[in-house]
Design a protein around this ligand. Sequence first.
Ligand SMILES: [Cu+2]
Length: 314
Amino acid sequence: MRPVFRKLSVLLIVAMILVLSGCSDQYLVLDPKGPIASAQKDLILISSLICLIIAVPVIAMTAVIVWRYRERPNSKAKYKPYWEHSTKLEAIWWGIPIVAIAILAVITVDYTHKLEPSVAIESEQKPIEIQVTSLDWKWLFTYPDEEIATINYVKFPVDTPVVFKLTSDMAMNSFWIPSLGGQLYAMSGMAMTLNLLADEEGVYYGSGANFTGKDFAQMTFNADVTTKEEYDRWVQEVKTTEVALTDAGVDELKEPGTAEVAQFSSFPENLFYNIMTQYVEEGETGAHAHHMTSEASKPDDQAVDEDSSEHHNH
Ligand SMILES: [Cu+2]
């Protein structure tokens, strides 16, 4: 090996060790704690494997061919100056990728349907709804059934489907608890539905996965998954010991800036709905106006229908 290549390869190995050691204690996506995340992990691994079936032989053959057919005296490699076509080779290098892409396509379409975020997760437990509002730069969680609210912290019971309703006060953001499943966008003027389930207790990292300005990196939160008993005890504790979130408090939260973890014993009625529809005027036909179906546009109906999720890809 030439000295320059030797130096380069040492550098590459050092870089690889550094990069790989960075995720040694937190695999997150590759260490799923729920059915959605584990199905997504399967899809990642299956896709990677299928790609490797093509990539590994191609890279290996590139090295072998470059080495074997290099110019040198007494080369034993076959010399065929008039070779121009081989049906066998054409079939291999067109056939294998076509088959691989077809398999990838079928698997991806299948998983995409199975993992549609608005599809309810089957469970014997009654699902709980948590409304998620992206503010600059903090996460507001409101529990419509329990009537409590939290900032930058969310708690729910293990083995219980959680229906997250996502919206944003301002900038478009992306709600992500990597251990439980993929991200979904939180957009102003609409509500998206993300169904997740944690099948193991623990404290999971959550973040805003979309750049929303100066302090977006501070928009992290812990998703605390506990037993049903512990969750119920916590709800009662928040209801009895914390202060209420007032309209003035909401205005303060809407101001740009970061926030500490906080809990509130109650929140203004229809808060989520009011934030979601704050930019909508009567009869408007804006970019997301078609999500405002008659069913969803009743103020007393905080639950937003499935229609809102048809836009989950933008
Ligand atoms: Cu939309």
